[in-house]
Design a protein around this ligand. Structure first.
Ligand SMILES: [Zn+2]
Length: 88
């Protein structure tokens, strides 16, 4: 499974949660179009290669979707600009 679409923190195996420029929260997109939070990508990456299930096709900055949820764990995905809306 190709992992080139996953961003890692420098040379570590840590999946990046924020983009390098501006520090905006990112999430990942799998080949079936699901939004996956970085934590789930990390969990999948920590498995042995044969056991990894996610096929990540890209990563996206969540600018202002306050109701975006991870398709894997159902946790809300942090946004760059809609956090006030989400917490109030
Ligand atoms: Zn998740």
């Amino acid at each position: 499974m190709a992992t080139t679409n996953i961003l890692f923190v420098n040379d570590t195996k840590k999946v990046r949660k924020y983009c390098t420029l501006g520090g905006y929260p990112i999430f990942y997109v799998s080949d079936n179009g699901n939004a996956i939070c970085p934590d789930c990508v990390q969990e999948d990456q920590d498995l042995d290669k044969e056991e990894q299930e996610l096929c990540i096709t890209g990563h996206v900055v969540n600018w202002e979707d306050a109701s975006l949820f991870c398709d894997q764990c159902n946790k809300r995905i942090e946004s760059a600009y809609a956090e006030d809306e989400a917490t109030s």
